[in-house]
Design a protein around this ligand. Sequence first.
Ligand SMILES: NC(=O)c1ccc[n+]([C@@H]2O[C@H](COP(=O)([O-])OP(=O)(O)OC[C@H]3O[C@@H](n4cnc5c(N)ncnc54)[C@H](O)[C@@H]3O)[C@@H](O)[C@H]2O)c1
Length: 309
Amino acid sequence: MRILVTGGAGFIASNVVDAYIAAGHEVAVVDDLSCGFIENLNEKAQFYEVDIANPKVEEVFAEFKPEVLNHHAAQISVPLSVDDPVADARVNVMGWLNLLEGCRKHDVKRVLYVSSGGVVYGEPQKLPADETYPIQPESPYGITKATGEHYLHFYSKQAGFKYVTFRYGNVYGPRQVPHGEAGVVSIFIKALLAGKAPTIFGDGSCIRDYVFVGDVVRANVMALEKGGNVALNIGTGIPIDVNQVYKAVQAAMQDQTPALSGPPRRGDLKAIYLNAGLAEKVLGWKPETSFGDGVKKTYEYFRDKEQEA
Ligand SMILES: NC(=O)c1ccc[n+]([C@@H]2O[C@H](COP(=O)([O-])OP(=O)(O)OC[C@H]3O[C@@H](n4cnc5c(N)ncnc54)[C@H](O)[C@@H]3O)[C@@H](O)[C@H]2O)c1
């Protein structure tokens, strides 16, 4: 298949690109390198360095003629979205509309869109949240991710393509960036690698659904063939708090350094984890990597990278 991947120089999508290329697909990447890294880019992928909100994106559709659009590029910082909702919407709404126009004009057959199960449900009263839980985001980032889902549904009806929306949990693993939703895993690992004690904010009881990037990649591969016009949670359903994250990092690194404690951070959701039963039904997808194994793989990646430097 000819697959256009946006954000393919970033953490999650660069791993997706590697898997698509390994499976024999032809891949082009659109990324403006605002947060991504050229060294993440698979050298077999065609690369277009362009902002998704730039009208020039249409030239990419005209030239590459993708059958599938896999959309990962985004403004991903919740705090930045709170400080500057306009900048967040410029990328996550206007950029997305620009791409959807490309799909409509250039006969794209299938679209995979990345939303966030960590933010679109707000602070759910019933956990784990499944896809029927009301959409009630509490940050501009959550609002733009949810808005993107609605636009996708509209364009799919207009243009006749099929789509799968992924509502990821907190994705962690090799190449992850500290400012993403599961940033805490890499923040702890990097601090200990630098011989520093990391800080746990508040009492460390904030609960999230940590899903390993390798498992997320499998969902992106499966959804090339399966699933039509559906939103799917991609998570483990296992609640893990920040104190447990730190323990897992300490165990993987065999490092007993105690964490420092800091004041609670304003606006952090208390608890969110996801029921991913629908993804199993629709795609046959289930997470396979335990948190301990995933943290170990993430640590080994950062350790090896540091040794190479
Ligand atoms: N990391 C998580 O835990 C998590 C959870 C839920 C959803 N998501 C979503 O997954 C996607 C990928 O996130 P990630 O963690 O890999 O982040 P990332 O920052 O590593 O990747 C995003 C990529 O998009 C590119 N980009 C940003 N703005 C762009 C623009 N205007 N034009 C072109 N490219 C642009 C960046 O340069 C970067 O390479 C995002 O849509 C994010 O919202 C991530």
